[in-house]
Design a protein around this ligand. Structure first.
Ligand code: PNS
Length: 165
């Protein structure tokens, strides 16, 4: 059985992430989306919200589960008994970080391999931080995130005090 982990911050999940999830889920028996709990960063959405949003947008993909993890990705991979890590590659600028991540994960846990899926060209510019910026200044994110995420973003920035945080 092929089990893979697709890790990330997902703050929030974008259409680019959903595209990778759909394509990766079609390649493996089980795909675990791993949401990083990063205590040194203050995310826009809490871990519970990010997990709930991912569950909502992946509810129709039967072999996808969503879990959170803290600490090293390879420890999470070991716990899950997954030997494949999925990452999306958008542009050359992603490569350096992704190479280092894949090689350090391989060095610490040789049984694991990272598989890169090239992001669809229509999402090659897209990132969670771009989406957060667009939402912050009242722009239109409807092409970039699933509807339910767009609604949540609008809600979060609706109140005046949140508008330019
Ligand atoms: O969505 P992101 O922020 O690009 O995802 C980055 C992520 C979560 C894959 C990466 O930061 C990660 O794996 N963090 C956990 C700590 C870790 O294992 N670092 C690698 C050192 S071996």
């Amino acid at each position: 059985m092929q089990k893979a982990i697709y890790p990330g911050s997902f703050d929030p999940v974008t259409n680019g992430h959903v595209d990778i999830i759909q394509r990766a889920a079609a390649m493996v028996d089980e795909l675990v989306v791993g949401v990083l709990i990063n205590s040194s960063k203050k995310p826009l959405f809490s871990m519970e919200e990010r997990v709930a949003m991912l569950k909502e947008v992946t509810k129709d993909i039967s072999n996808v589960t969503v879990k959170s993890f803290e600490g090293l990705l390879i420890d999470f991979a070991r716990e899950e008994d997954a030997k494949i890590i999925i990452r999306g590659l958008r542009a050359v600028s992603d490569y350096e970080f992704e190479l280092q991540l894949a090689q350090s994960n391989k060095a610490v846990y040789p049984a694991v391999d990272t598989v890169f899926l090239v992001t669809s060209s229509k999402y090659s510019f897209l990132s969670s931080s771009i989406v957060r910026d667009i939402a912050k200044y009242g722009g239109d994110n409807s092409k970039f995130v699933p509807d339910c995420i767009d609604k949540k973003l609008k809600l979060i920035y609706k109140t005046k005090e949140n508008q330019y945080e």
